[in-house]
Design a protein around this ligand. Structure first.
Ligand SMILES: [Zn+2]
Ligand SMILES: [Zn+2]
Length: 140
């Protein structure tokens, strides 16, 4: 991976919510579960797992919450103006956030390159997973 100059910045579609990322994500996952297909309106979602201390958000965020199949709570923060999902977090574990913002407008798009593909058991038939990444049937 090339050297990346932190912080890097990103925003939602309308620009109301912005973020500043100070460190590389600890993990980047491509999730093929049906729930993520809905979120992404595409074949999979890309989620960067980031230490809460490594990212700053600004702008107004709204929140909703759902209980996942595992029983874990997943709270979602989104932009009330354009509706973009910004991140998910577990209210019982605030050490990390799961950034959902699309990897756009970055000087180096390798930051959000998935290192593992998960829930491949629900993958769409026409999508081919690239070579050299970890492939996990369900949850890692
Ligand atoms: Zn927005
Ligand atoms: Zn998923």
């Amino acid at each position: 991976m090339a050297n990346i100059d932190y912080p890097i910045e990103g925003s939602c579609q309308c620009g109301q919510v912005t973020y500043k990322l100070h460190e590389a994500p600890t993990m980047v996952l491509a999730c093929h579960c049906t729930e993520c297909q809905k979120i992404a309106t595409g074949p999979f979602s890309v989620t960067a797992v980031i230490a809460s201390s490594a990212i700053e958000f600004s702008g107004e965020l709204k929140e909703w919450s759902r209980t996942a199949e595992s029983g874990n709570k997943s709270n979602v923060k989104f932009c009330p103006n354009c509706g973009n999902r910004i991140y998910h977090f577990n209210p019982e574990d605030l050490s990390t956030v799961k950034l959902k913002l699309k990897p756009v407008n970055l000087a180096d798009d390798e930051v959000f390159k998935p290192t593992a593909h998960i829930w491949v058991c629900e993958k769409l038939s026409w999508y081919q997973i690239p070579e050299g990444v970890k492939v996990i049937d369900r949850q890692p």
